[in-house]
Design a protein around this ligand. Structure first.
Ligand code: C5P
Length: 316
């Protein structure tokens, strides 16, 4: 008797997860655990990856999506973070014998500083939980998410939040909403560990210490978010990884200059290389997108924020 390995053993569940941006990213000196303590303001934006899962007799993974993305850079072996998330969740339930067929449909830039891998891991956790009816508690999902990566818990929650520790300790932040961002993608990704290393090396070369106030949440940003003051938020955008990313990718300086010529403020997204422009309305974002396209930037999208975290979009 032969088993058809691609025959689903249960329902097919598709879960959608948003990209994240950092409106503030303050980074302290490297700690003994190999991570940098940070304070960040996360916002989930309307750019999504979908993860589809059904129970199967063996593990499989397919990565599909926008052909302009560098899909070849996404691993399809056991090192893929969504697959690791799925296996980790089954291990948590003592169900290592079960397996799933998984498809990741990507729209979030790969290695773009928008937590695309974390979004896939968060979506995979919820998709596997629902497809295999594991009934994992929210607290357990969040704890497993934090083990998988610093940004995975926020991908689960979405909205707007302050992140501390490695970014995994979250606190909701009041946000009046209605923001629009223009996302300027880059042809080539940047490695997060490499950007953090450049942060350390630049300080070592310059004989400086990271800003001792980096872990303080800027009150002007909190005020701007609560009161929907787009110009206040725009001037407060800050990312301590911007200089190290520019050191590795000097071409991004021009992107940031072009981005700064439209909207209310421009900043590097996470560890880059994606660049963000804050706009006051959808119309302003559309105008900024056109201007940036005219300046030769090829992959430019306007997205709303904040948006919800992971959610089920299909259960068949
Ligand atoms: O947690 P995540 O897997 O996203 O982190 C990737 C790498 O980025 C870590 O291994 C570490 O080198 C670096 N990192 C860091 N400090 C943080 C988050 C990440 O140094 N707060």
């Amino acid at each position: 008797m032969s088993l058809l390995t691609d025959e689903p053993l249960g329902p097919r569940v598709t879960v959608r997860a948003p990209a994240k941006i950092n409106l503030y990213l303050g980074v302290a000196a490297l700690a003994a655990d190999g991570f940098h303590p940070l304070t960040t303001v996360f916002q989930a934006v309307g750019l999504y990856d979908d993860v589809t899962v059904s129970e199967a007799t063996e593990w499989s993974l397919r990565v599909v999506g926008d052909p302009r993305l560098d899909l070849d850079a996404v691993p399809t072996d056991d090192s893929n973070i969504a697959l690791r998330a799925a296996r980790r969740l089954l291990a948590h339930h003592g169900m290592e014998h079960r397996a799933a067929a998984m498809t990741i449909h990507k729209s979030i830039p790969v290695a773009g500083g928008m937590a695309g891998g974390s979004a896939d891991a968060a979506a995979a956790l919820v998709a596997v939980d629902r497809a295999l009816d594991l009934q994992t508690s929210d607290d357990d999902l969040l704890a497993i998410a934090a083990e998988l990566g610093s940004d995975v818990p926020f991908s689960l929650l979405g909205g707007t939040a302050v992140g501390r520790g490695r970014g995994e300790q979250l606190e909701d932040l009041e946000d009046a909403g209605g923001w629009w961002w223009v996302v300027v993608e880059s042809d080539e990704g940047l490695s997060t560990p490499a950007v953090y290393r450049a942060f350390d090396e630049l300080h070592a070369q310059q004989g400086t210490e990271p800003d001792p106030h980096a872990l303080e949440l800027p009150t002007t940003l909190v005020e701007g978010l609560v009161n929907a003051q787009v110009d206040l938020v725009g001037v407060t955008l800050w990312n301590d990884l911007q200089e190290p990313a520019l050191h590795l990718r000097p071409d991004l300086r021009r992107t940031l200059e072009d981005a700064g010529s439209c909207g209310r403020g421009a900043v590097l997204s996470g560890s880059g290389p994606t660049v963000l422009v804050l706009c006051a309305s959808r119309e302003e974002a559309d105008a900024a997108r056109e201007k940036l396209a005219g300046l030769g930037h090829e992959r430019v999208t306007a997205v709303p924020a904040p948006v919800a975290g992971v959610h089920v979009v299909e259960h068949a």
